[in-house]
Design a protein around this ligand. Sequence first.
Ligand code: G3P
Length: 224
Amino acid sequence: MKFFIDTADLAQIKEANELGILDGVTTNPSLMAKVGIKSEAGVLKHYETICEMVDGDVSAEVISTSFNEIIEEGKKLAAIHPNIVVKVPMIRDGVKALKWFSDNGIKTNCTLIFSAGQAILAAKAGANYVSPFIGRIDDSAWDGVQLIAQIAHIYQLQGFKTEILAASIRSALHIVKCAEAGADVCTCPLESILGLLKHPLTDIGLAKFMDDAKKMKEQMVPVK
Ligand code: G3P
């Protein structure tokens, strides 16, 4: 499973990248607004900076909702860097645009996926990725991970090549569950990625190793 980070915050992207496990980045209009981007030029420049930082796919979301505008905006985003993936919402014109981008060699990520039917439609239209929103599904008392498993099952049966990109991840456990359910990619906040590191027995075990190593060092006879 690939690891993407779900943020537009450059410091967090740098930190995750330095771990050596980062395969890409996803953003959305809310995450771009959060880091204070205010102009179209600012958006394009920010995506360029992210692409220069990370060697992997970078999802850049369109904010248009009609076919012609999605195409124009998507072409502009795709021209920034070969690693840009145009993120398109699961709406009628979005599906048409996914097909157009697919026919014209532009990579896409279909976002706001909340059902298996939507995932089938996006795959038929040629999306490279689909983004089911796990956390938001859980928030409404449905099972987000179950949706990942269902889509993975359908894609395997039907031979769809679209990759399942689990999004709206809220915890380290979500990452583990999505891996188990067959997600191809998990896009996570930095704190969920770092949450995977944690286990109290690791801390206790390391403290004991360090303590024993210190005692051993004190008794060591130096090599002549
Ligand atoms: O990028 C899309 C998705 O990951 C949003 O997550 O936490 O706003 O539901 P969240």
